[in-house]
Write a protein that binds this ligand. Structure first.
Ligand SMILES: [Zn+2]
Length: 429
């Protein structure tokens, strides 16, 4: 695609309203804009990254045998009253009345809706196990939206729900999801620590959190570098620490195995999986008949990934002083071609033929067709963080070799023009 057609409004100065590095870079590189606190516009570049992440999530969910559906964002409040979670979540839920006087809410999550769906449409053990997921917009009336996409009022999540006859079935699906999550984050170029966590308002007995280390993260994970034990520090403890000295002593955690001081690592929560057991199915009478004809509540698990938040977490871990460094699988484009003089016909011809060949090989190619100085083009290319670039100037016309620059380490390699397409395709796939 051509730069002038994509709409990439880059900004030179660091926006003052952005508190975090990822938020600054998303604004400067022209990926997002804020509509109001907590609500963001995904510009074409931001949407491309979002869709790459969603593609990875879909592949890995489908590989686990999960099936995609789409539930509405608008829910009758009545459903939430059945589990009492309208009270648990309280003011976090956007609630209002429609013109017919129905009390409705914008879903912050979907356990009630999906349990109700299964209650009305599944009756026999023969239909189990079943895993359903969606990628959808969620809403939370945050008192203090922060850090751009990291804590927003409107955000995109992948939420999956497993339904089984018994604990053994749940354990199996839980393990499949746990492993899929490891693959998803690794493919997104994200390092994560996995902790056993409090289930909080979701309920259930067992849960694991996938935490991406980042200095701005508000969740703290304790990590023993010797035995690799990983533990979440509860929110309550973090809040207490700020207040009292006594609490500080309590949370001065040493490793129970090695008796050495554990490192405190600031993290962003990017995924959370729960064994819900029968909490929701019992509250909503979502039952199935087992092989002996006896009615039993569905045994459930739920599995969330903060898809839009992932964009920020990836940037927090993949950047340098010049901008974003996208990991290959989530990059908005694989390569950018920079013709240095767009008024020179020979330069444009050479750039265009390379562009067409790379595109024909299935690569996502960005072509900087702007009539800008070389310095501006180089700076912007670094800022938007596309993994590789090729500069075509007057000098390169007629040369046997072209220069391929790798964004990550800024290394340059000379490759023969005749093999260039093959070489680049192999490098980027
Ligand atoms: Zn240890």
């Amino acid at each position: 695609m051509f730069w002038t057609k994509v709409f990439i409004p880059t900004i030179k100065e660091t926006p003052k309203e952005a508190e975090s590095l990822s938020h600054q870079l998303l604004l400067r590189a022209g990926f997002v804009r804020m509509l109001m606190a907590g609500a963001y516009i995904y510009l074409p570049m931001g949407l491309r990254v979002l869709e790459k992440i969603q593609g990875i999530v879909r592949q890995e969910m489908n590989a686990c045998g999960a099936s995609e559906l789409l539930l509405p964002a608008l829910h009758p409040l009545e459903l939430w009253q059945k589990t009492g979670r309208d009270k648990d979540l309280g003011q976090v839920m956007f609630q209002f009345q429609d013109r017919r006087g129905r009390k409705v809410t914008l879903g912050p999550t979907h356990e009630e809706v999906i349990t109700d769906l299964l209650k009305n449409n599944l009756s026999s053990y023969r239909q189990l196990p079943l895993v359903l997921y969606q990628i959808q917009t969620k809403f939370r009336d945050e008192i203090r939206p922060r850090f751009g996409l990291i804590r927003a009022c409107e955000f995109i999540m992948k939420d999956a729900y497993s339904f089984d006859q018994d604990q053994a079935g749940l354990d199996k699906n839980y393990k499949l999801m746990y492993e899929a999550y490891q693959r998803i984050f690794s493919r997104c170029g994200l390092k994560t620590l996995i902790t056993e966590a409090d289930s909080g308002v979701m309920g259930g007995k067992v849960s694991h959190e996938f935490m991406a280390p980042s200095p701005l993260g508000e969740d703290i994970v304790l990590f023993c570098s010797t035995c690799k034990l990983t533990r979440a520090l509860s929110r309550e403890k973090i809040e207490n620490e700020a207040g009292s000295r006594h609490a500080e002593k309590e949370t001065n955690n040493s490793c129970p195995n090695c008796h050495l001081e554990m490192a405190r690592i600031n993290t962003i929560e990017v995924g959370h999986i729960f064994k819900l057991d029968t909490k929701y199915s019992q509250a909503m009478q979502a039952n199935f008949s087992d092989s002996s004809g006896q009615l039993k509540p569905l045994v459930m698990g739920c599995y969330g990934i903060g898809v839009s938040r992932l964009i920020s977490a990836i940037i927090e871990q993949n950047n340098d002083t010049d901008g974003i460094i996208w990991p290959g699988q989530v990059a908005p484009f694989g390569i950018i071609i920079l013709p240095l003089d767009v008024t020179n016909q020979e330069v444009m011809q050479a750039a265009n033929s390379l562009y067409q060949e790379l595109k024909a090989n299935g690569l996502d190619v960005l072509f900087d067709d702007r009539d800008e100085r070389a310095g501006v083009k180089f700076k912007d290319a670094d800022l938007i963080g596309v993994p590789a670039s090729i500069v075509i100037g007057k000098k390169s016309i007629g040369e046997k070799n072209i220069e391929l620059r790798i964004r990550k380490d800024k290394s340059i390699q000379l490759i023969p023009r005749e093999n260039a397409v093959k070489f680049i395709t192999k490098l980027l796939s």
